[in-house]
Design a protein around this ligand. Structure first.
Ligand SMILES: CC(C)(COP(=O)(O)OP(=O)(O)OC[C@H]1O[C@@H](n2cnc3c(N)ncnc32)[C@H](O)[C@@H]1OP(=O)(O)O)[C@@H](O)C(=O)NCCC(=O)NCCS
Length: 183
């Protein structure tokens, strides 16, 4: 899968670069509100973000991964990231996203996710997707629904470091639904 450069009305979606570390750290990875319900833990120093970016560079070489940086066209600011990877257990592609807190509630994640789904379905020919959110994080569920995901079940997930466990709601999107919806 390619992390192909994409464009929406207000956003550029592009590959992350090692030089983005300061913007990423200052805009979202060091924010305890952004990291509250996600699997990664808050970045305590720029070194944590540097490690994250090194991992992202490795995922760019992999077949079943993509990670877009979300850039505001108007200011050229990097405000968040949206990733996709293959979930072996579920046998479908999983989507995740984060946006800098000062840019919440402007519709940016919805705008980015809709474009990415269009790309993954039409250009990468992927049909089955999963996305989950903590029950206490309804904003993320709203984004999923707006992009065409449908609720399927309740489950739990853990932080990568196993420090916390969350009850979550699991959503699927089957590409056929999107096609039907848009007709
Ligand atoms: C979840 C998150 C990505 C949403 O980003 P966003 O850019 O603010 O989302 P949007 O502006 O596209 O919002 C889409 C819908 O979500 C809803 N929404 C947004 N923030 C909300 C909130 N705090 N509470 C309830 N609903 C909310 C709104 O109804 C909005 O619909 P509207 O346009 O009709 O008002 C952002 O809050 C975030 O980065 N959170 C921290 C990281 C995270 O939780 N990631 C997801 C892990 S599963």
């Amino acid at each position: 899968m390619q992390t192909q450069k994409l464009e929406t009305e207000r956003l550029i979606l592009r590959k992350l670069k090692l030089e983005d570390e300061n913007e990423i750290f200052n805009n979202w990875t060091s924010d305890d509100e952004v990291s509250k319900y996600v699997r990664w833990s808050i970045h305590k120093s720029i070194e944590d973000t540097r490690e994250y970016l090194k991992n992202v560079m490795e995922t760019y070489k992999k077949e079943k991964n993509a990670e877009w940086g979300i850039v505001l066209k108007e200011t050229n600011e990097l405000i968040g990231a949206l990733g996709c990877f293959f979930n072996d257990e579920e046998n479908r592609y999983e989507i995740g996203y984060n946006i800098s807190r000062k840019h919440w509630r402007n519709g940016y994640t919805t705008e980015a996710l809709k474009k990415v789904m269009e790309y993954l379905i039409n250009e990468e020919h992927i049909k089955s997707f999963i996305c989950s959110h903590a029950k206490d994080n309804p904003a993320s569920g709203a984004v999923m629904r707006k992009a065409g995901f449908k609720y399927v079940k309740d489950d739990t997930y853990e932080k990568f470091d196993k420090s916390q466990k969350f009850d979550c709601k699991v959503y699927y999107l089957e590409a056929i639904n999107l096609t039907k919806r848009s007709k």
